[in-house]
Design a binder for this molecule. Structure first.
Ligand code: FA5
Length: 373
């Protein structure tokens, strides 16, 4: 009895064992990762109880130091094992914990979705149209939006007194503090600048560096000083086209146009979203005689759209004056002929997607734009 009482006394008095007892009791009560973290800090951490025991070793008499250190080590090993077991039991693995501490990204969180946009209908139509012409062997070239009166009018045989040169039809660039005057001077040295009213300046620009036979298209933005309505914008897009060679005729133009329209519209997507492959018989196209100073003869191309004929293109056989302005000799001009056309991109979009008003393309209303993603 005496021995037993003595032993009990010894057990209670050994602080490291008391510490272990308390630690085990608290660990059993820690059932969440937060509680486990706290326990780890209290007992195994840098400022925890076990560490304190090691730090207090130096205060012990040397004879006792080794035994207490061994005891403290054994208790620490035991507590670490018990702690790891508790972590596993409550679903917090040591490896995961370390990973969470070193990595700032929590891979278990749901990702942030990035909305994906899509190409605007106008850009998409330009891409589609140029693809179709490219598949028929046409070069794709570009011209400047800011043009000289020479390329926009004079080189295209547009007379000096033509109304389209007027201040009220064309955007003239501001000059020396005043709003530019209407262009009346028909020569190459006219230094004024304007926003091109059509893509036709691309004709002479291209021919200055290319000899026939050739075929090319010029897509681009065009500007006119006019009141906007369902079918007219003051800023819109055109696709210019030209095919010139020894025997190019209006019949070739009709052939190219037929392939173009069939390819563009026969993969039509209806406004309701269902795929409705329109047959070539369902596409109604009409050519009507017209006048342009740079073509002879000239015609306009119309398509049937929502109960009426809508003009989609101006065209004609290239006027010899235009070849002359491009620098072709009389001998060269005598051996060639060709057609040119200028189509309205927005009008083609209206027909393809059954959009009744071209202004809808530019108001930035997502309810409209998202229908064509
Ligand atoms: C021209 O612009 C000529 N340069 C076309 C041409 C080229 C004729 C080569 C002969 C040879 P027009 O002004 O008709 O022609 O315009 C051509 C097409 O552009 C029209 O058929 C129409 O589809 C489109 N368009 C014209 N004005 C506007 C506008 N304000 N808004 C939207 N589209 C327009």
């Amino acid at each position: 009895m005496v021995t037993k009482r003595k032993q009990q006394k010894k057990v209670v008095k050994t602080p490291i064992l008391a510490l272990k007892k308390a630690a085990v009791k608290k660990l059993a009560a820690a059932k969440t990762s937060v509680a486990l973290d706290q326990w780890e800090r209290d007992y195994l951490g840098r400022k925890g109880a076990i560490r304190e025991v090691f730090q207090s070793l130096k205060e012990l008499p040397e004879a006792k130091r080794k035994a207490v250190a061994q005891e403290a080590n054994a208790v620490r090993t035991e507590l670490v094992a018990l702690f790891e077991k508790a972590q596993k039991k409550h679903g917090v693995g040591i490896a995961e914990k370390r990973a969470l501490k070193t990595h700032t990204i929590d891979v278990t969180l749901p990702g942030v979705s990035t909305p994906v946009g899509h190409i605007h209908l106008v850009s998409r139509m330009i891409e589609r149209v140029t693809d179709i012409f490219s598949s028929m062997g046409f070069d794709i070239v570009e011209g400047p939006d800011i043009e000289s009166p020479y390329y926009n009018f004079d080189a295209l045989n547009v007379p000096a007194d033509h109304p389209s040169r007027d201040l009220w039809d064309t955007f003239w660039m501001q000059e020396a503090g005043e709003i530019g005057r209407a262009g009346r001077i028909a020569n190459q040295n006219d230094s004024r600048r304007l926003l091109r009213t059509h893509t036709s300046p691309g004709q002479v620009r291209y021919m200055e560096t290319h000899k026939p036979p050739f075929r090319m298209v010029v897509p681009g933005r065009t500007y006119r000083f006019e009141n906007a309505d369902r079918t007219h914008g003051f800023e819109f897009h055109q696709i210019e086209g030209m095919m010139v060679g020894p025997n190019i005729s209006a019949a070739n133009f009709k052939g190219i146009l037929t392939v173009f329209f069939n390819t563009l519209f026969c993969d039509i997507q209806s406004a309701q979203g269902s795929k409705t492959n329109v047959t070539s018989e369902q596409i109604k196209v009409r050519l009507r005689p017209s006048f342009f100073p740079f073509t002879e003869p000239s015609f306009e191309v119309f398509m049937w759209f929502q109960g009426r004929w809508l003009e989609v293109m101006g065209a004609g056989m290239v006027h010899p004056e235009v070849y002359k302005h491009a620098g072709y000799s009389a001998g060269e001009i005598a051996k060639i002929q060709g057609f040119a056309f200028g189509g309205g991109i927005e009008r083609l979009i209206m027909i393809k997607h059954q959009i009744p008003d071209m202004r809808l393309l530019y108001v930035g209303d997502l309810r409209v734009i998202r229908q064509f993603s």
